[in-house]
Design a protein around this ligand. Structure first.
Ligand SMILES: O=C(O)CCC(=O)C(=O)O
Ligand SMILES: [Fe+2]
Length: 403
């Protein structure tokens, strides 16, 4: 499956799968990109896809499967990777609503993993949010599964040569990730290459039942607490070679039931970019409430955007910039001769023309929404979006006529 494509420009109605219980498991060979798009990504439903990592170097080489139980091949990793400084969460310490973060040398972490230290010490340090792919770009130790290849966030960031949202997680048994929803309201995918993880996943909105009097969410949830609060949730065990698709806004908590290693990305695209926009707007409203008494100050808008960037990780100009960048690329794709064009990240995949058109329709809607948003007065970024919207409209007209 080298082209990622959908059935039409995305105007068909999606079947409603909401009423099904639990999280389905589907084998990679039984699921086309179009089916994943219609059944899971657009309706924002979680799914497990099996056998996605068979060809990956990390799946084949990092794990010694000639022994029982299988072990991490520490010797191989020490030979393959430099002794990088890596981010580590200390599962013994809480800082705000996450575990305290620290740093370690990779080889020290691996020694700790491999050593005979007692279980309590071993289950403390969780190597997570490790940008290994960008730290060692020449080592292609995995390939993004096609289902997750429409990724505006990493496409934009990687083309710009800046930060990315592509990670490796290495957690000894007992390490865990606190209750949270993902950055910006993004999707995430995670593929286990070793060991087993237990996920608790809440249907969006259900987390409200867990808020305390100050509207704070818990750091940790237990099944008893979820049941007592009448929360609708699912649990699923993710095994080696399995990908989990975590939809937008689904709060989750994850436990490494065994020593576990996974590759994961956060991303957004035409299916969930509206949710990112809603979250961005809500985050700006929070900032505005906080600094309401400074409304008369000079450069108030600029200041509020700075605060937005600090708290949310993205401001309006960043968001518009991503939309305009993707818009330009999709227009170039549609304008190109022939069926499709190579070179759309991840570079292994080609984006189909229907998909490009679907992306453009979504971007146009979003840019119009940004323009209409009264919370944001006129700045160069918004003016740019205004002119881009006009160009999109023209391009869409040409596209429709050509069909
Ligand atoms: O595997 C973990 O510990 C957490 C992963 C996660 O939160 C995610 O993929 O969104
Ligand atoms: Fe997450």
């Amino acid at each position: 499956m080298d082209t990622i494509e959908i059935a039409s420009s995305g105007t068909e109605t999606t079947q409603n799968y909401e009423d099904r219980n639990g999280i389905e498991r589907v084998a990679l060979q039984d699921l086309s990109y179009g089916e994943f798009f219609e059944r899971y990504m657009r309706p924002n439903r979680a799914v497990i896809i099996t056998s996605v990592a068979d060809g990956w170097d990390c799946f084949k080489r990092w794990i010694d499967r000639s022994v029982h139980p299988h072990r991490l091949d520490v010797q191989f990793l020490r030979g393959k990777l430099p002794n990088l400084t890596v981010p580590v969460a200390d599962c013994g310490k809480q800082q705000y609503n996450a575990h305290e973060k620290t740093e370690m040398k990779l080889f020290d972490f691996l020694d700790c993993w491999d050593g005979q230290r007692n279980a309590e010490v071993r289950s403390r340090y969780y190597l997570k949010d490790w940008h290994l792919r960008s730290a060692v770009p020449e080592y292609e130790f995995y390939k993004t599964p096609p289902f997750f290849a429409s990724d505006w966030l990493n496409e934009y960031l990687l083309d710009r040569g800046t930060d990315d949202y592509r990670f490796v997680y290495m957690g000894p048994a007992g390490t865990w990730t606190a209750f949270h929803a993902d950055v910006f309201g993004s999707f995430s995918w995670s593929v286990n290459i070793f060991g087993e993880k237990l996920w608790y996943l809440l249907v969006p909105g259900e987390e409200a039942k867990l808020r305390d009097g100050l509207q704070n969410l818990p750091f940790r949830v237990t099944e008893d607490e979820l049941q007592n609060a009448g929360v609708r949730y699912c649990t699923v065990n993710q095994r080696p070679g399995e990908a989990i698709f975590v939809p937008t806004g689904w709060y989750h908590q994850v436990l490494n039931v065994e020593d576990a290693i996974s590759v994961n990305h956060n991303w957004f695209n035409a299916c969930n970019v509206a949710a990112v926009w809603r979250n961005l707007r809500a985050a700006l409203q929070d900032v505005l409430r906080e600094i309401d008494d400074c409304r008369d100050m000079e450069n108030f808008d600029e200041h509020s955007q700075l605060m937005l960037k600090a708290s949310f990780g993205m401001d309006y100009a960043d968001f518009v910039d991503i939309l305009c960048y993707i818009c330009d690329k999709r227009m170039a794709l549609l304008a190109a001769e022939g069926e499709s064009r190579k070179g759309d990240p991840p570079a292994e995949y080609t984006l189909g023309r229907n998909h490009a058109a679907f992306d453009l329709v979504t971007i146009e809607t979003l840019l119009s929404a940004v323009l209409e948003s009264r919370a944001f007065s006129s700045t160069p970024a918004v003016e740019e979006s205004a002119s881009t919207t006009g160009v999109i409209a023209k391009s869409l007209q040409l596209w429709c006529r050509g069909k």
